[in-house]
Design a protein around this ligand. Sequence first.
Ligand code: GMT
Length: 382
Amino acid sequence: MRIGICCYPTHGGSGVVATELGKHLAERGHSVSFISYAAPLRLGELPPGVSFHEVEIEQYPLLKHFPYTLALASKMAEVARAKRLDILHAHYAIPFGAAALLARQIVGRRSLKVVTTLHGTDITLVGNNASFRPVTQLAIAEADAVTTVSQFLKDETQRQFRVDREMDVIYNFVDPARHAAAPCPAIGSPERPGQRTLMHISNFRPVKRIRDVVEVFAGVASRIDARLILVGDGPDLPVARELGETLGILDRIQFMGVVDEVAPLLACADLFLLPSATESFGLVALEAMASGVPVIASAVGGLPEVVEDGVTGRLAPVGDIEAMTESAIQILVDEAIRQRMGAAARHRAATRFHYQEHVPRYEAVYRRLMEEKRDGEGGSGE
Ligand code: GMT
């Protein structure tokens, strides 16, 4: 099939999933065209069967705000025609899902089918904003197929948008080989033998509850020799620095900044913290699990579908610092528990969330639409 993929090109989970999906689809013989304002970071050098089409963002003195979504829709239509796309797969309802509907209208709804994957914040945070809500609703209702990355997100979309349509749940996935026994690089090695490493990776937005990360770590560090590695950047990074200073633990926190490839760093971690206020899936928790690292996370959103409480890590109510701290200490002081949970985490990631299981599910959705298209063509006699 000829598939167009549009996504955010940055480090966010939706961009990572879309990019990995495109690469796997190309390996499976499909032709894949990425459409975005920059090449997705995880794309690297263009693999065979993959092309990239940039949406140019220009500034006109006449326009105060450049209408990016319209430029995106035009580029989608242009690529759909040039590459004779069968499927346009939008990752994130806005602007991609909405722009894809415009592109389909331009190209003709019979020739181009739109698949929209909801990733979470497009529904739980952004989509509910009054300025976007009607467009988000349209993007969901009018796509030829909609997928969500967890059962939680499907239920939440139905509840919040009162949409009565079919949606396929297709979980996010990992390539376990990428996480297999990667050695911890020197930069991430513990400073002392026996020192425990806690890790958090995110875009440091308020939804990630960075204060909780630091407070849990402070509780752990008051009882055992430990350090915290923070990976990523975002608006709440200064919060971590300030709180670390106030609590007198700043010297035990290492700030790594944005890192393209997280698997080697995860190999340095003994425990991963994800105390988010909400998380439709928690791709980074899955990546930690694939690296054999137990996860302590909030029992919220789609996280319980990923982290099995007491088996691959521990779940606690959002904001329950005490419970998270106690669980962290329990895991870190008993190496047998930590090893057992780490092995269970690796096993769960490799068996339930392997790309070889989930990429074919996307293909099945595409095939279903292609069959509908063929049936439609046959039925109209055209
Ligand atoms: O919240 C983020 O870190 C970014 C956001 C995105 O769109 O990239 O992540 C969302 O999509 C990921 C991929 O499906 C999910 O793993 C994250 O859980 C989800 N974030 C939230 O729901 C807060």
